[in-house]
Design a protein around this ligand. Structure first.
Ligand SMILES: [Fe+2]
Length: 283
């Protein structure tokens, strides 16, 4: 039988951190045949075009959405020349290709006995692969999924910020996000820098990024390949639905309290939102 992707000490470190804290982890995927440049160029051809995004590298940390220039090269060429194309490529929802789905399910399966007792069923398992040129920056943003970013080639530094700090990410920004009215990049201010925890990862290392913890990513001076494995949970859906319900309360002039961090379950507001959504659909 092949070895697990995550060594025993990593499963212990993950258990100590999940779901609220960032953690540096180890993995055994650096030699994996599905994660070479050749395999990823092939994957880019197998995925629907809508699942591929590529942007130029060397972006400032906080770029305005309208200022992101459009890339010129094709995606396969961009991947093959990643050492000097000054770009980054995101291959999204790679589980649409069976071999990648098997890999994703196998490695997340190793963590299921930590995850499910705390945050409920592991739902919507998705994999994203990022291929980036030296020096590329992924601007300051947050994601609604539980996420582990596994570094396969090259190095990057992920700077993670506390999820509950509403100076960084206000309650209304959360609410707009869940209504689909929020651009992925967040406004950056230089005084935020002191609140971040910079975690460098190299080949064989990974980082757990908690749900909605703001972060930005700086690539090292070598081309980089990383695999991001994400999932949703009953707990993360309840937090999201409580945010959506708060938006309704705010619109009628109230100033609702933000959902509590884990282990708060946010069930009452989530149920209220789900009831309201059903009423609206029925109307
Ligand atoms: Fe992210």
């Amino acid at each position: 039988m092949s070895q697990p992707v995550f060594p025993a000490e990593t499963r212990a470190a993950f258990a100590a951190a999940y779901p609220a804290s960032p953690a540096k982890l180890l993995h055994r995927l650096t030699e994996h045949p599905l994660l070479t440049i050749d395999a990823l160029a092939e994957l880019a051809q197998a995925l629907p075009a809508g699942e591929i995004e590529y942007n130029p590298g060397a972006l400032p940390i906080g770029i305005a959405p309208d200022d992101v220039p459009k890339a010129q090269m094709g995606v396969v060429e961009t991947i093959r020349t990643i050492g000097n194309s000054g770009s980054w490529v995101a291959l999204k929802r790679v589980e649409q290709v069976p071999a990648y789905r098997d890999l994703l399910h196998a490695l997340l399966g190793e963590l299921r006995d930590v995850v499910e007792p705390r945050t409920g069923a592991m739902l919507l398992l998705e994999g994203y692969i990022f291929v980036s040129s030296p020096g590329s920056v992924t601007p300051f943003h947050f994601d609604p999924e539980h996420n582990i970013l596994l570094q396969v080639m090259g190095e990057k530094t992920v700077t993670v910020f506390p999820v509950e700090d509403e100076d960084l990410l206000g309650a209304e920004a959360h609410e707009l996000f869940h209504r689909g009215e929020h651009h992925r990049n967040l406004p950056w201010r230089d005084e935020f820098a002191a609140k971040g925890q910079a975690i460098p990862i190299g080949p064989g290392e990974a980082i757990h990024i908690p749900v909605k913890a703001p972060h930005w990513v700086q690539n090292g001076d070598q081309p980089s390949i990383s695999l991001s494995v994400t999932w949703r949970s009953e707990w993360s859906y309840a937090e999201a639905d409580a945010r959506a319900f708060n938006h309704v309360l705010r619109r009628i002039g109230l100033r609702p309290a933000s959902p509590g961090p884990f282990p708060a379950q946010n069930r009452a507001k989530a149920l209220a939102w789900r009831a309201l959504r059903r009423l609206r659909r029925a109307a």
